[in-house]
Design a binder for this molecule. Structure first.
Ligand SMILES: [Zn+2]
Length: 369
């Protein structure tokens, strides 16, 4: 059975103002002009969020499969059709049990992979990461986790200045796992060395890293300037000033900037008390902060809100859609399966109204209830 979804279709080549996405089974069979139809709705590729800790009151960070399913369903309703489950710095035992619990969900397709944000991070730039669990990279620990994950671990964020970081990074690259640089107090040179060793993602650029200084440009400049690196950006109006978001995007281009939510369990939930990686978090007016020191503790974003945030910062809708789907899909090696409205790819799409609010979501050819 062929289904046609009509509207302003956002493709990698531009916008087809009267277009149609043709779906057969789970895949896109064609994207074409469809002049007989006038429909104001945008049709954008299903969002790919490569950095999320949970949402809808559910967290990935405890490694509970039922909570992970619920968090993925919450984000799916907001247009995220591919989602990495991001864990935070934890004891080795929890990393192993969480990997074992979530790997079956990756094989089932509920999750697009596991992302370890930590524990090999800088204490000086730990943000809301629990400092008591931070440690130097250990290749034996990583090797064991990769074995338990059996392909489910897709990305690991580490600080390149930690002793052993380059060895860990090379091990990840050898196993086809994306090495990301983040929560780092590293210098420009240390970051460049990590990029040369194969790191290809900058974790929430600007946040949790040494800021730019004109005599020590640090990780921000090194990552923005590296043609092989895709930079994550949190477009909630809190993590980054709109001017910073627009600057990064114009510097690296939408093909190297990925919108991420960095959402925690409080996304989509009322203000109140929550928890992240064993630390208390207070959410006030939608902003999540560690209760004891006020550090920003992830966001309460969903990807549709991130897209609206990027557009509010002056980024055109087609570029913002690329940053919400195509670029992150490529960042984690999924570009041949998802992330664009293109024949042959999985039929993941989001229908948005003129205010860029979600109207309908399709995943693998099926409308989400
Ligand atoms: Zn972080």
């Amino acid at each position: 059975m062929t289904e046609r979804v009509n509207g302003k279709v956002v493709t990698s080549g531009g916008v087809i103002s009267q277009g149609c996405v043709e779906v057969q089974g789970e895949r896109i069979s064609a994207v074409a002009e469809y002049p007989s139809v006038r429909d104001g709705h945008w049709i954008v590729p299903g969002f790919v969020d490569i950095h999320s800790h949970g949402g809808g009151g559910h967290t990935f960070t405890t490694g509970d499969a039922d909570q992970a399913r619920a968090a993925a369903a919450f984000h799916l309703a907001h247009g995220t059709t591919s989602l990495l489950a991001s864990l935070v710095s934890s004891p080795s035992e929890l990393m192993r049990s969480a990997t074992a619990a979530l790997a079956p969900l990756v094989r089932e397709g509920v999750l697009a992979g596991i992302h370890f944000e930590g524990p090999y991070l800088s204490a000086a730039r730990c943000g809301a990461q629990n400092p008591q669990f931070l440690r130097d990279p250990a290749t034996d620990e990583l090797t064991e986790l990769l074995k338990i994950g059996a392909g489910a671990i897709r990305m690991v964020t580490l600080a390149p200045e930690r002793p052993g970081a380059l060895e860990a990074l090379e091990l990840l690259v050898r196993h086809g796992v994306v090495a990301a640089i983040g929560h780092t107090d590293g210098t420009y040179e240390q970051t460049r060395a990590a990029v040369a060793a194969g790191a290809t993602v900058g974790t929430h650029l600007f946040n949790g890293m040494r800021p730019i200084h004109h005599r020590e440009p640090g990780p921000v400049v090194a990552l923005l300037a590296a043609p092989t690196v895709i930079c994550e950006l949190v477009a909630d109006g809190v993590h980054l000033h709109e001017g910073t978001l627009a600057f990064a995007t114009s510097t690296a281009g939408p093909e190297r900037c990925a919108l991420v939510t960095d959402a925690m369990s409080a996304a989509g939930m009322p203000d109140g008390e929550y928890e992240l990686g064993g630390q208390a978090v207070t959410v006030t007016a939608g902003v999540a902060r560690l209760s004891h020191d006020g550090a920003i503790a992830g966001s309460t974003l969903t990807m549709d809100a991130a897209l609206r945030g990027a557009v509010a910062a002056g980024i055109p809708v087609p570029d913002a859609a690329r940053m919400a789907a195509t670029t992150p899909a490529l960042a984690v090696g999924l570009g041949d399966q998802v992330g664009a409205l293109q024949a042959g790819l999985r039929a993941d799409l989001v229908v948005l109204d003129d205010d860029l609010e979600v109207v309908r979501v399709m995943r693998a050819g099926a409308w989400v209830e």
